[in-house]
Design a protein around this ligand. Structure first.
Ligand SMILES: *[C@@H]1O[C@H](CO)[C@@H](O)[C@H](O)[C@H]1NC(C)=O
Ligand SMILES: *[C@@H]1O[C@H](CO)[C@@H](O)[C@H](O)[C@H]1NC(C)=O
Ligand SMILES: *[C@@H]1O[C@H](CO)[C@@H](O)[C@H](O)[C@H]1NC(C)=O
Ligand SMILES: *[C@@H]1O[C@H](CO)[C@@H](O)[C@H](O)[C@H]1NC(C)=O
Length: 625
């Protein structure tokens, strides 16, 4: 026990030491000084924009909005969007909770200038010690930060370059602290923790903070924090470490980076933790009891871990019970049928949480189908792109294979071209649909880690979202179907590239061809296999378009329900030529989908490229079977 004078002396020493350390901390003027807002990670995406000036205008408008919200509402998280004329921008900014509004705005401004030259694509993010800023051309990332193709951005880790003076005890304390941080952050109401802990026996204190993006769910926050914990652990025994990802930020340092009055008691959040030490404290001599508790905890941990790795393979696609889906579709009732295709029927389903999804019942009863199915789910569940229909989950019970997919209230594109909604899409909307399909295909062909050829691009496979953005459906299942049931027709005539229809030669250019046909359908409002009623068009759409092109009057292909001005007519004419380029033979004369995206985006005309007469396939459906 310390007596009075000694205690006083000790207290003075401690205060002096704390002052010394604090001072040393704040006066350290390296590049990573918090007040300088040096970025930890910058990502500049390449999602093509339609018009750069328009995109920049929209982006500016979201920036102004975000800044206003932070300043006037005195918030540390804000969202804004600008939707004018294509190139919509959705943006969000978040600051650490221990900052003042002024510090937050300073960091936000640093983010804005960091991304100023990032104009080649709509989609970027930057993270700092103090804040995070991100924008995309879609809104899904607000609630699901890993939704897009940008999800393959790897997390960023920055370790300091100085080792702790007492590495053993430092490692031990910080490891435990980071583990608590990872457990506590998702349990807080605002996904935020700032805390400090003394290094026992030494004279240092370690400070930690973590923050998940606002509005994501707890599980996503936890996954991100688990990753943060793993990575920051690798920094030890460095005196500091930072982790930043699309879903969360975490940092530790033995130098204070927030005020003491911002510290919170992390053990309060971890209720389970504190009661466990109480049990251990009470059960002195109850060695058996402790042993049992530790054993079951250990077993629980490893069970949880194995469950987690199992799920990780499926990146977000969830396994559903057959019974639940049966209930959600009212026992697959006739009224809930959204459509029928070569693979089976699609049903509208209302899940227990009131979310509406589409459930596809695959008509496959091959013995090896189950294994194939799982492989396919594994592949497709990793594909994330706003122009590709998302696979949300699957079910494989009662010899029934079910896919749970995004529900698109507007249904398929064909309805808007020649179906019940004919004539309701204007040219701008049609152009955005063409552009979106091209981007989705370019992603499947060139941006995903394996090349996926869709093989069944047609207007009835293009679904439209609320705001008429296209999403390509039936990814991968075409191949699945071919492998399990080789007798089924590969595709509809009228859409199928000649080398594939006649000789079964498959490459991604098969999709380019079908894309060209779909573009002609979108422009003409006619089915690819329709023959016109007037004398001039007794041919299929492609052949008819070619004949008009030869006479330089391909403008006549344009849907009569479209009322176009001169400028638009010129634009459409160019797009018809791109569509014809996509249907050239041999396949090597067709552009890749990435090239198509570029041509559309830059409003390129064919330039030096000469079009030749496409090969017309006029085989009837019977010819395929
Ligand atoms: C965007 O805002 C910045 C600064 O507010 C300004 O310098 C720039 O001209 C703006 N750009 C456009 C396209 O409005
Ligand atoms: C943006 O580009 C300008 C002109 O090339 C350059 O001076 C500036 O440093 C760049 N800014 C960033 C943040 O890269
Ligand atoms: C206390 O900190 C100083 C440097 O600040 C260090 O040299 C010393 O070893 C530390 N004392 C102990 C007991 O760890
Ligand atoms: C926390 O401490 C800082 C500096 O000591 C002070 O400026 C600030 O007002 C304090 N905040 C609160 C909420 O007490």
């Amino acid at each position: 026990m310390l007596d009075g004078p000694n205690f006083m002396l000790m207290a003075v020493l401690v205060v002096l030491l704390v002052l010394l350390l604090t001072k040393a901390g704040f006066s350290q003027s390296n590049d990573r000084d918090d007040n300088k807002n040096v970025p930890i990670a910058v990502f500049c995406g390449t999602n093509a924009v339609i018009s750069v000036p328009n995109f920049i205008k929209n982006r500016n408008s979201t920036y102004n909005d975000l800044r206003m919200q932070i300043l006037s509402q005195r918030v540390l998280y804000a969202r804004a969007q600008a939707l004018s004329a294509g190139d919509s921008v959705f943006a969000a900014a978040q600051c650490r909770n221990y900052l003042s509004v002024d510090q937050c705005v300073a960091c936000f401004d640093a983010g804005v200038s960091e991304l100023v030259n990032c104009t080649s694509g709509n989609g970027a993010s930057v993270s700092f010690d103090n804040c995070f800023l991100r924008y995309e051309d879609f809104a899904d990332f607000y609630n699901n930060p890993y939704v897009s193709e940008d999800a393959n951005i790897t997390p960023n880790v920055l370790c300091g370059d100085q080792s702790a003076s007492q590495p053993t005890v430092f490692n031990q304390v910080v490891d435990g602290f980071l583990s608590d941080l990872k457990d506590a952050t998702p349990k807080t109401s605002n996904f935020f923790v700032a805390s400090k802990r003394q290094i026992a026996g030494g004279n240092a204190t370690v400070y930690v903070t973590a923050q998940c993006i606002a509005n994501i769910n707890q599980a996503t926050c936890q996954t991100c924090m688990d990753r943060a914990y793993d990575k920051l652990n690798d920094c030890l025994p460095n005196r500091e470490g930072r982790f930043s990802d699309l879903g969360c930020f975490a940092r530790y340092s033995d130098t204070p980076f927030f005020n003491d009055n911002q510290t919170m008691d992390i053990t309060k959040v971890l209720k389970g933790h504190s009661s466990k030490s109480a049990i251990i404290g009470a059960a002195v001599g109850g060695v058996v009891l402790i042993f049992l508790i530790l054993l079951s905890w250990f077993l629980y941990r490893s069970w949880k871990k194995s469950k987690k790795t199992e799920q990780a393979k499926f990146e977000g696609a969830i396994h559903y019970n057959y019974k639940d889906l049966q209930l959600a579709t009212d026992n697959f009732s006739e009224e809930n049928i959204l459509g029928k295709g070569g693979f089976g029927e699609v049903f509208k389903a209302v899940l227990e949480d009131n979310n509406v999804v589409a459930v596809k019942k695959l008509l496959v009863q091959h013995a090896r189908a189950k294994e194939e199915f799982e492989n396919e789910v594994r592949l497709i569940s990793n594909v994330h792109h706003r122009n590709l229909l998302r696979l949300l989950g699957w079910s494989i019970e009662e010899s029934c294979l079910l896919l749970v997919l995004e529900y698109m209230p507007n249904g398929s594109l064909d309805r808007f071209l020649w179906g019940s909604k004919r004539g309701t899409l204007n040219w701008n909307q049609r152009y955005e649909i063409i552009f979106g399909i091209a981007r989705g295909l370019a992603h499947l062909h060139d941006e995903f880690h394996v090349k996926i050829v869709h093989r069944d691009i047609k207007s009835s496979n293009i679904l439209l979202s609320d705001d008429f953005k296209p999403k390509i459906a039936d990814l991968g299942w075409q191949g699945f179907n071919l492998r399990t049931k080789p007798m089924l027709a590969p595709s509809l005539p009228g859409y199928t590239a000649p080398e594939y229809a006649l000789h079964g030669v498959l490459s991604e250019k098969v999709d380019t061809y079908s894309f060209g046909i779909v573009v002609l359908e979108i422009i003409s409002g006619r089915r690819s296999t329709d023959v016109g009623s007037d004398a001039q068009s007794t041919y299929y759409l492609l052949e008819n378009t070619w004949k008009l092109y030869e006479k330089k009057i391909h403008i006549m292909v344009i849907d009569e329900t479209l009322n176009l001005n001169r400028h638009e007519q010129e634009h459409v004419t160019k797009i018809i030529e791109i569509a014809l380029l996509c249907t050239q033979s041999p396949a090597s004369n067709r552009p890749t989908m990435s090239e198509v995206v570029l041509m559309l985006q830059e409003g390129q005309s064919l330039g030096k490229r000469q079009l030749t007469r496409p090969t017309f396939v006029t085989i009837k459906i019977g010819g395929f079977i």
